[in-house]
Unconditional design. Structure first.
Length: 280
């Protein structure tokens, strides 16, 4: 193994490992308006056009769904299904809810990633970069919404999750799921504008909507926002997250933990990179 290659990799990777995810995310969005999606659950038809559109746009398997029994259980995202629609029986009747990565304002997955593989773009979407991933799966255990999924059955596994159609956004196109929604339950735009739209809908029809925008403050705020006719716990949402961004909880740890522990993941990746070069 080349000592110079090892030290070079360790220095480059270690430096990014010690940076705070909260600071990184804040810098990326400073002075910019992040985008997001507003989901009006009162308008969702449960047709799952969003699932099919997502699969087609990203080369995922066509969603396997039995119309008779498919809604018997809550449907979760998987490594081959980046978005999933579930049905809930509530005090106000039956509603359908679409779920996917929430694209947090200050993502726990980004803060936990020691190599910047999980990355928050300047416009808001949180993406995964294969060439930087070391396979530690810290992003999975840190996410309060249980979104990143690992391909355990693949020889060369990847982390899979919704990327808010980042490739489409860069071409000026909206997310595939938004474009294909026939009930207009999904609205894409700047996050602040979406919050204003959500408030207007609630104030214009206060008897129709529960007076809360899910994602406005949860876990420090998310790119995906929801409005509903019923309290969100009836739709399976976590309501115990608080309003503090999850990376904030790690600040004290990062300042107090021995440096050697923080550098351990970087050291492993540096060894891997140096070994790869040696094999070449």
């Amino acid at each position: 193994m080349h000592r110079r290659a090892f030290l070079k990799n360790l220095g480059a990777i270690g430096g990014s490992s010690l940076s705070l995810g909260t600071i990184r995310a804040a810098e990326l969005t400073a002075g910019r308006q992040p985008v997001g999606v507003l989901v009006d659950t009162t308008r969702c038809l449960g047709c799952r056009s969003c699932e099919n559109a997502c699969a087609e746009a990203h080369g995922l398997p066509k969603p396997d769904f039995d119309s008779k029994t498919g809604y018997d259980n809550v449907r979760l995202t998987t490594e081959t299904r980046w978005t999933a629609v579930s049905r809930y029986e509530t005090d106000a009747g039956r509603f359908h809810v679409k779920r996917q990565c929430m694209h947090c304002a200050q993502p726990a997955c980004v803060a936990a990633c020691p190599t910047d593989a999980m990355y928050k773009t300047s416009k808001g979407p949180v993406i995964w970069r294969e060439d930087k991933c070391m396979g530690c799966r810290y992003c999975m255990v840190s996410c309060p919404f249980d979104i990143p999924k690992f391909e355990f059955d693949k020889a060369i596994p990847k982390i899979q999750k919704c990327i808010l159609c980042w490739d489409r956004l860069q071409k000026g196109e909206p997310p595939a799921c938004v474009q294909k929604c026939p009930g207009k339950a999904l609205l894409f735009g700047d996050r602040n504008d979406l919050i204003e739209t959500a408030r207007k809908r609630i104030y214009a029809d206060p008897d129709k909507y529960h007076h809360r925008i899910y994602g406005e403050y949860e876990a420090g705020g998310t790119g995906w926002l929801y409005i509903s006719a019923v309290p969100f716990e009836q739709l399976g949402f976590r309501t115990d997250l608080g309003t503090t961004a999850y990376p904030e909880y790690t600040k004290q740890f990062l300042y107090s933990v021995p440096v050697v522990l923080l550098l351990w993941p970087a050291m492993l990746l540096a060894l891997n990179k140096a070994t790869e070069k040696e094999k070449e």
